[in-house]
Design a protein around this ligand. Structure first.
Ligand code: IPE
Ligand code: IPE
Ligand code: MG
Length: 259
């Protein structure tokens, strides 16, 4: 994406690259830092999670405005069940509140919601809520918001293998593309930009397969503080990256196997 600094336009003036014009097609976010945001204010962690929902709605709108067609967010990991029961139950309750408060509005704004993750372990109420969010938005196409809930990258790869085996896919035909079609995020291209808020420099079992060639961006900003300016900073950083996908020249297109 880096442009040649010596490039000039017809009148001889240097062409100033507009990095903000390079918009990622798919942004994935590990929304981390809700607890610390609340701790800093001597508030219960649950308040941080509530503010996290506000940040999510803000970010979805910011992505719509910037013409980003895919946004995938990590809302609850396969490992988050290790948290105190009270926090887990507050997070489950927040799903119900968030769906009833925001889904209709997001539907009107052209957002399609998909839930990715293992639904077996969540309560009937949460499952029904997810079903409502998906069906109410299923005909939209402006932005696909995939919410990873009870999701883990390892779970995803294992469930994809299990389903392929159950379908009787012969080992020789289990190519990357074929396995990719069984993954939970098969409706989206691979993420171009992978953001983690909250300052930790790790992936925490998010999109292990799909992030193979994502550009990683880590920020100390705690998730409830995330908004338009932080998204623009991440996009501007992304626009300066030189993506090679294993080759030697900057690549014009990605190797993603999705749509
Ligand atoms: C992320 O924020 C939200 C979830 C994992 C559900 P955290 O709750 O992990 O916040 P910190 O990392 O403790 O600050
Ligand atoms: C990752 O954050 C999961 C989500 C944001 C949903 P965690 O807070 O669970 O990750 P670790 O424990 O710091 O690796
Ligand atoms: Mg955390």
């Amino acid at each position: 994406m880096r442009s040649d600094p010596a490039q000039r336009n017809r009148s001889g003036s240097p062409i100033v690259p507009d990095h903000t014009a390079v918009i990622p097609r798919h942004v994935a976010i590990v929304m981390d830092g809700n607890g610390r945001w609340a701790n800093k204010r001597f508030l219960p962690r649950a308040v941080g999670h509530e503010q996290g929902v506000e940040a999510l709605v803000r970010t979805v709108r910011a992505c719509v405005q910037r013409g980003i067609p895919y946004l995938t967010v990590f809302a609850f990991s396969s490992e988050n069940w290790r948290r105190p029961e009270d926090e887990v139950s507050k997070l489950m309750g927040l799903v119900l509140v968030a769906v009833s408060r925001y889904v209709e509005r997001l539907a009107q704004e052209g957002v399609r919601i998909r839930i990715v993750g293992d639904r077996e372990a969540v309560s009937e109420k949460v499952r029904a809520s997810w079903h409502k969010a998906e069906t109410a938005t299923q005909h939209n196409s402006r932005l696909t918001l995939s919410v990873a809930f009870n999701y883990g990258g390892r779970w995803d790869i294992v469930q994809a293998c299990q389903r392929a085996l159950a379908d009787g896919v012969p080992p020789a035909e289990l190519t990357e593309a074929r396995l990719g079609s069984y993954l939970a995020l098969s409706h989206a291209p691979d993420p171009d930009l992978f953001i983690r808020t909250g300052g930790e420099l790790r992936i925490s079992n998010f999109l292990l397969w799909q992030a193979a060639y994502s550009e990683l961006y880590f920020t100390d900003c705690l998730w409830p503080d995330f908004g338009d300016a932080e998204l623009d900073a991440a996009i501007a950083d992304f626009a300066r990256r030189e993506r090679r996908f294993g080759g030697v020249e900057p690549a014009a297109s990605s190797i993603s196997q999705g749509t």
